[in-house]
Design a protein around this ligand. Structure first.
Ligand code: ATP
Length: 458
């Protein structure tokens, strides 16, 4: 075996030598390649040449994306008593989008280059006069406002009465269900409705892998508060949401909270801050926290003719709650976690790539690896696998030399590898290898769940 990985038999090696990984396009390329090679993210419809800006989450990516969403749900719903969940429809009638302002305002300025025919979003061009594709100056058409919503028809007849839209954000589901939730959940302001789900935007220039796609997942909270408390809760959620990323392992140096300039604010917002991550191409938004005032409930009340208010029996007053909205992207955030966790080091002269993911975000928590494919070892390893599976998502791998298998798990970000060797058959113990330090402990099989629980549950 020519691996630099320590084996069970090898003496402790030299200290690993850190490799500097600059946060630039080479890091981005490494992550895109890792995603493909290890089964995180595949280009969609690849056998047909791909479908621009669509991606499929592979066996490992689906686990990681689910962990991102689960951790959001845990902090926003499970650990609170003032937030309830919702899973609203993706397809909606035009009435929703008319009331919300999306039909009118959810547009980007689009320009075409008359020379090379490429299409651009004007507000994203570094030089508004110069085409980034052909380099020509002054070849753009007049900017047109392009609505980002995907339009379709519900039912067999494609007439205007059948028009429906795929939601461009999950938020409207919470507003149109405000009264239903208020009646059934026994909550009163301040309280929130949380939702995770797919959203669709016909982005003019999808780019940077899963950073900007036409189909993506959002994690949104609409938090309804008495109007006078809105400034307090806006500050509160900016702080809480920033903390969430830090607690799950993104270094503070790669995060910033950026308040919007007044001219950047959306039509509904009286204050918005973005939580931004330092991507290889610069700062980019992971989440926006907006003080939406009473805009949404008032609009939907007006358009639907329904009362969307709260009656406070204690003070005998009726009011339209104001809304604070932390709106995050799950797919974008997953990529940020990968970029922040990627590391390289030299172990006895050979390169080790490792995703130092927080254990809650890591796709697999444990990998079970029999040292060889001998029947006795395989059956013992399967016994250990079955012991662990009810507790954690486990990978099982009996192919290749052990060093290569460790290296694969490092690239998946698996925090613990459990190796079953011939001694295990006699002493009922296994070797547990920790991802970051590569430290190995001998642990009895009967104490294994407890050993891992102490390390994986906090
Ligand atoms: P951007 O300015 O990047 O277009 P936005 O301000 O329009 O984003 P919001 O409407 O605030 O985005 O949506 C909330 C979150 O949803 C964003 O912070 C981002 O994480 C995610 N998101 C929005 N658009 C996309 C997209 N096209 N692809 C992936 N994620 C997205």
């Amino acid at each position: 075996m020519s691996s630099a990985e320590p084996t069970l038999d090898s003496p402790p090696g030299d200290e690993p030598v850190p490799v500097d990984v600059p946060n630039d396009e080479t890091l981005f390329e490494k992550i895109v390649n890792l995603c493909k090679q290890r089964g995180f993210v595949f280009p969609s419809a690849e056998i047909y040449g791909g479908f621009r800006s669509s991606y499929d989450y592979g066996p490992v990516g689906v686990l990681m994306l689910r962990n991102v969403k689960d951790m959001w749900w845990r902090s926003m719903v499970q650990l609170r008593d003032d937030v309830v969940g919702l899973d609203a429809a993706i397809l909606g009638p035009p009435a929703i989008w008319e009331a919300s302002g999306h039909l009118q305002n959810f547009t980007d300025p689009l320009v075409d280059c008359t020379n090379c025919k490429e299409r651009w979003r004007l507000d994203q061009l570094e030089e508004p006069e110069i085409c980034p594709n052909c380099g020509k100056k002054g070849t753009f058409t007049e900017a047109r406002q392009f609505n980002l919503m995907f339009k379709t028809h519900a039912g067999p007849v494609e007439d205007s009465a059948a028009v429906a839209y795929l939601r461009p954000e999950t938020a409207q589901g919470m507003f149109v269900n405000f009264a239903n939730v208020l009646q059934t959940s026994r909550k009163k302001p301040p309280f929130g409705i949380a939702q995770i789900g797919k959203s669709f935007r016909n982005e003019i220039t999808p780019q940077n892998f899963v950073f900007r796609t036409r189909e993506f997942e959002q994690m949104e909270l609409e938090y309804f508060v008495p109007p006078e408390e809105a400034p307090h809760w806006y500050e509160y959620w900016c702080h809480e949401r920033f903390r969430w990323y830090v607690e799950l392992g993104i270094p503070e140096s790669k995060l910033r909270l950026r308040p919007h300039d007044p001219d950047e604010l959306s039509h509904y917002s009286s204050g918005t801050s973005d939580i931004e991550f330092l991507f290889p191409w610069g700062w980019g938004e992971l989440e926006g926290i907006a003080n939406r005032g009473d805009y949404d409930l008032t609009q939907h009340a007006k358009h639907s003719g329904q009362k969307l208010e709260y009656f406070d029996q204690a003070t005998n007053t009726r009011y339209v709650p104001h809304v604070i909205e932390p709106a995050a992207g799950a797919t974008r955030t997953m990529m940020a976690f990968m970029l922040a966790a990627y590391d390289e080091e030299l172990v006895r002269g050979e390169l080790r790539r490792v995703l130092r993911l927080h254990h809650r975000i890591a796709p697999y928590k444990v990998a079970v690896l029999p040292l060889s494919k001998k029947d006795a070892l395989v059956s013992k390893a399967r016994e250990v696998l079955h012991l662990l599976q009810p507790h954690w998502m486990c990978d099982y791998d009996e192919t290749q030399a052990i060093g290569r298998r460790y290296r694969r798990q490092d690239e998946l970000g698996t925090p613990y590898c459990v190796t079953i060797d011939f001694e295990s058959l006699d002493d009922e113990a296994v070797t547990v290898r920790e991802r970051d330090s590569m430290r190995q402990d001998r642990v009895t099989i009967s104490g294994l769940v407890e050993y891992l629980r102490e390390r994986l549950e906090p």
